[in-house]
Design a protein around this ligand. Sequence first.
Ligand code: F6P
Length: 328
Amino acid sequence: MRRLAPVLREDGVELDLISLIRTILAACKDISFRVGQADLAGVLGSTLDENIQGETQKKLDVLSNQLLKDMLLESGFVRAIASEEEDFVVEGEHGGRFLVAFDPLDGSSNIDVNSLTGTIFSILPVPEEKMAGEPITEQDFLQPGVNQVAAGYVMYGPSTILALTTGKGVRFFTLDKTHGSFLLTQESIQIPEETQEFAINSSNQHKWEIPMQRYIRDILDGKGGIRGKNFNMRWIACMVGDVHRILCRGGIFTYPAHTDEPTKPNKLRLLYEANPMGLLVEQAGGLISTGSENILEMQPTELHQRVPVILGSKQEVKICLDYHDYKF
Ligand code: F6P
């Protein structure tokens, strides 16, 4: 079957990809509105269900997932989706060149306390051999992060902000709620290479492996310790919020492995959390790693695979990786 070559915009980005991103944003505007309505719309609180990862689903998790899923699969640009809230891949009936993996509402524990949440998305190409129409399977989503053609998040905070990359740097767009459009507000986002700010849930300190214990201990020693400087700590309990701060002013964020749960040591998901955040961070001049390998180069093995994550300002991530004996 002869296929038409993709139509490109002046900057080389495929027009179908732009239309697909617009579809994600249409769903995110709706999510932003509902997050803002909160109790007024009766959307706070939990459902009686759990997702495949054994986490209780919040009403807004389910709603956000439904909005994204329906709009993407109806769009004609997306062959199939994978979501934190779906056990399996869902294929649509309208074809399309792309696969989308997403976390519809990251930071669920913040929903009911009016704190930051966000939608994270990763866009992958449909593998060449499936372009003719053979059914999409989980295997087709198991592509390394370097294959992503676009990635981003929409953060629902005091303002609703999109951070987007199509592989040519990172840009921020702010939702103008009076007109309903995302307007470009910052271009060429660059993460400062050095930092004095770190983000980790330190209540888990007793569960970390030795390299992370040592790295954080040296940071906490401040000016008088071997790092020779004082650090500040922030933890938003929403990866979108922590990564956004790092894109704005630098920092290091880590969610390391927990040694007390050998069968489930990691929290963050590779396909719809670590990979899209990794592409944004790398495109903004930062680094992302598991502690032993570059996350974007990993070959995924499962749809809902979890990984340890260390990301942020280049020099600080390198220092953290030195503690892990990681060789560049
Ligand atoms: O997706 C998981 C997530 O909500 C991240 O957004 C966030 O960084 C992390 O979990 C918070 O975990 P904890 O509640 O253990 O601090």
